[in-house]
Design a protein around this ligand. Structure first.
Ligand code: PMV
Length: 346
């Protein structure tokens, strides 16, 4: 019997960063992210009795992705032994350009994990339908830690911490506390400073936290930040929110710069953009801030209520610091959606 399942799943951007892990892909500290909307992956996964893995990316055979998918299937095999009897064809399309420097692991692996869970349910695996999303988060996490957060919309927490009831190291949960509606409207404009391959992978960066001189302080700080966010998110305290999020981004890069060996992923234009954002916030009072991923690109964050003015600033002042004036406009999204036949990847 051939089974096909189809999901669209988004990327996410961490506000409090996961940096450092232990086996099996468990986080050293809790994290919280905004799920994105425009940056997503659509995946059609077909399972047939037999062996082998085939990957199509944007409609073309992509054999170089097979080892990554095989590794993922191996890692989740202890929870889904049935996969050993099935071949897998993954037909996947990213909404963002491959050369954009945007990681597709969170969206791609969560989309595939959602397909695997649907297949498991269809094959009668001992899994309750009500636990399906949690299972998809567990499987996504085993592929790429941050992918665990992509299976829900809005604000999502991964990693056990006292201030967030229900939070867990093995899976992500929707942020359970009250959130001011303005945070549901946040925009994330990704300024594409450097679109090449990262000099140091996230995997290598996480590993460097094992003997990092500031590791324990940092892990404590992340718990504290999650706790501090509770009243900030509830009350819509924009400036403290941006201060905390920027401090998280700079801490992430500070950890890289103080690892042994040390490394720098920011580029000169990353700093130009950061300084321009801070100067603009100071001089105008506009609630606009930034975060950074493990790379040189800058995520510009602001609520919808200042969209027009913020986008003028992005276009006129920030875009000249990017590669060929390129940026991607995104916003907080509502999470993965199952696709119908009509929505087959093009
Ligand atoms: O999921 P990974 O292993 O690619 O690590 C991602 C780490 C950061 O993006 C830097 C932070 C985060 O929480 O997403």
């Amino acid at each position: 019997m051939s089974l096909t399942f189809r999901w669209q799943s988004p990327s996410n951007i961490a506000l409090v960063k996961y940096w450092g892990k232990r086996d099996p892909q468990l986080p050293s500290n809790p994290s919280i992210s905004f799920t994105l909307d425009a940056c997503h992956t659509q995946t059609h996964a077909t399972f047939e009795p037999g062996q082998g893995i085939q990957v199509l990316l944007n409609g073309e055979d992509a054999p170089n992705f097979v080892p990554k998918i095989s590794q993922f299937i191996e890692r989740i095999g202890h929870r889904h032994a049935w996969l050993g009897d099935y071949s897998l064809k993954v037909d996947t399309v990213n909404s963002f350009p491959h050369s954009s420097g945007i990681a597709s692991s969170a969206s791609g692996l969560s989309a595939l994990a959602l397909c695997v869970v649907d297949a498991a349910l269809a094959l009668g695996a001992p899994l309750q339908e009500s636990d399906a999303r949690r299972e998809a988060s567990i499987l996504s996490r085993l592929g790429s830690g941050s992918a665990s957060r992509s299976v829900y919309g809005g604000l999502v927490v991964w990693g056990a911490t006292h201030s967030v009831p229900g939070s867990h190291d093995e899976y992500a949960v929707p942020y359970p506390h009250a959130v001011h509606p303005m945070f549901r409207t946040f925009r994330d404009v990704v300024m594409l400073v450097d679109v090449g391959q990262k000099a140091v992978s996230s995997t290598a960066g996480h590993a460097l936290m094992e003997r990092h001189p500031f590791a324990q302080q940092r892990f404590n700080q992340a718990h504290q930040h999650l706790s501090d966010l509770q009243s900030i998110l509830r009350d819509g305290d924009l400036m403290p929110f941006l201060d905390l999020v920027e401090s998280e981004a700079l801490t992430l890069h500070g950890l890289m710069m103080s690892s042994q060996p040390s490394y720098i992923l920011m580029r000169p234009n990353t700093l130009h953009i950061i300084e321009a954002i801070r100067a603009h916030r100071l001089s105008t009072g506009m609630p606009i801030g930034f975060t950074l991923d493990a790379g040189a690109n800058v995520h510009v964050l602001f609520p919808a209520e200042v969209e027009q003015k913020a986008m003028d600033f992005v276009k006129q002042i920030l875009a000249p610091f990017t590669k060929n004036g390129r940026y991607i406009v995104d916003q907080v999204g509502t999470g993965p959606v199952p696709l119908t036949d009509q929505a087959k990847p093009k």
